[in-house]
Design a protein around this ligand. Structure first.
Ligand code: DAH
Length: 335
C-alpha cells in the first residue's frame, strides 16, 4: 500500500499539465478512487487492524492532498503569470475619448465662402425652400411659356408654390427687401425633378451671389470671381468667360477655370480641353431689376450661381453625388 502511495506522490510531482494532475486526483482521491476503496471495507476488519488502516489512510490522504494542492497552485501561478503577461496594459496611453463629430463637407465649403464674402462686405441671406412661382421664375424673366422653365423641372405644390429650383429667387428677395446698393450671397438647398444617378440628385446645394451698384462692369464680376476661386482652391486661378444663356442676366456667361489638375495641357478631368466649366454668371438683366422696383438707368450689377455640391465633389474628388446625402458615417468621417 505504501508503494501505491509513493507512486501516486511521484505521479503528482511529475505531472506537467493541470489536466494530467486532475486525472491523478480522480484516480487516487476521487469518490471512486483508490483511497475511497480502501476506506470502504474498513468495517470488516478487526478493531486493531481497523485503527491501523484508518491511521494509514489519513496520513496517506493528507500527504496526497497537500502534494496535489501544492502542485495545483503551482500550475495556477504559471497560468496567471502567462495571462498577466498577455494582458499587459500601458496606463500612460491617453484614453481614446469620444470621437468628435465634423461638419458635412458642403457645410464646410459654404462657411468658408460665407466668411470670404462677409469680409468683402456682402450680406449672407436666406430664402425659403418652398417658393412662389413669381420669385422662382417670373421675377427672374422666366415667364410661364419660356423654354428655360423646362430645363428646371420642379416639384409643384399646392397654391402655385413649388420647391425652388435654384437659389436665384433669393436675389429677388434681397432686392425687394434691401434695395440698392446691394451685396449679397445666398447659400441653400435646391430641388429639381431629376432622375438620380452618379452626377444628378433631386436635391443639391447652390450659392447665389449678387452685387448691385452704380457702374458695375464685367471687370468687377471677374475680380470677385477670381477672388472667390482663389480662396476656394488656395491658389491663383486663370479664368475665361464664354457666352451662356440665362434669362436673368444679359450678357450671360459660363465662367471656366484653367484645369487645376493638368494646368491646361489636357487630362481626363477637363476632358482634354484644359478648361473646367465652373460657374454661370452675368450682368443682371434690366428686366430683373425693374421687376423688383430698381431703376436700371441708375443701377446695374452682376450675379452668379455656384454649384456647392459640384464644388465639393471637385475639391475632394468624390465620384458619386449620392454619397453626400447617404448619411453614411464611413463617408462623412473622412471630412
Ligand atoms: N440659377 C442658375 C441655375 O441654377 C444659375 C445661375 C446662372 C445663377 C447665372 C446666376 C447667374 O446668378 O447669373 O441654373
Amino acid at each position: 500500500m505504501q508503494d501505491f502511495v509513493d507512486s501516486a506522490l511521484a505521479r503528482i510531482h511529475a505531472a506537467t499539465t493541470a489536466d494530467e494532475l486532475e486525472s491523478v486526483r480522480v484516480e487516487v482521491l476521487g469518490r471512486k478512487g483508490v483511497i475511497a476503496d480502501l476506506s470502504k471495507d474498513m468495517g470488516k476488519l478487526a478493531p486493531a487492524e481497523r485503527a491501523e488502516r484508518g491511521k494509514f489512510i489519513n496520513t496517506a490522504k493528507q500527504a496526497l492532498e497537500s502534494a496535489w494542492e501544492g502542485r495545483k497552485s503551482g500550475f495556477e501561478r504559471v497560468a496567471l503569470a502567462a495571462r498577466l503577461d498577455a494582458e499587459w496594459l500601458d496606463l500612460t496611453v491617453p484614453a481614446p475619448g469620444r470621437k468628435p463629430g465634423s461638419l458635412h463637407p458642403i457645410t464646410q465649403i459654404q462657411w468658408e465662402i460665407e466668411d470670404l464674402f462677409r469680409s468683402l462686405g456682402f450680406a449672407v441671406l436666406d430664402g425659403p425652400e418652398v417658393e412662389t412661382e413669381h420669385h422662382n421664375f417670373d421675377a427672374l424673366n422666366i415667364p410661364a411659356d419660356h423654354p428655360a422653365r423646362d430645363m428646371q423641372d420642379t416639384f409643384w405644390l399646392e397654391g402655385g408654390h413649388l420647391l425652388r429650383t435654384h437659389t436665384s429667387p433669393v436675389q429677388v428677395r434681397g432686392m425687394e427687401k434691401l434695395g440698392p446698393p446691394l451685396r449679397m450671397i445666398a447659400p441653400g438647398r435646391v430641388f429639381r425633378n431629376e432622375s438620380v444617378d452618379a452626377s444628378h440628385e433631386h436635391t443639391f446645394y447652390q450659392l447665389e451671389g449678387m452685387m448691385i451698384d452704380r457702374n458695375v462692369s464685367v471687370g468687377n464680376l471677374i475680380y470677385f470671381m477670381k477672388t472667390l476661386l482663389g480662396a476656394i482652391f488656395h491658389r491663383e486661378v486663370t479664368v475665361r468667360l464664354r457666352p451662356g444663356f440665362f434669362p436673368f442676366v444679359e450678357p450671360g456667361f459660363e465662367l471656366d477655370i484653367r484645369c487645376l489638375i493638368c494646368g491646361g495641357d489636357g487630362c481626363p478631368v477637363c476632358k482634354q480641353s484644359g478648361w473646367v466649366e465652373l460657374l454661370p454668371c452675368g450682368l443682371v438683366n434690366p428686366k430683373v431689376l425693374r421687376a423688383s422696383g430698381i431703376d436700371p438707368a441708375e443701377w446695374n450689377g452682376f450675379a452668379f450661381g455656384l454649384g456647392l455640391t459640384r464644388l465639393v465633389m471637385m475639391r475632394y474628388a468624390i465620384g458619386d453625388i449620392r454619397w453626400l446625402q447617404s448619411g453614411d458615417l464611413r463617408f462623412l468621417g473622412q471630412f
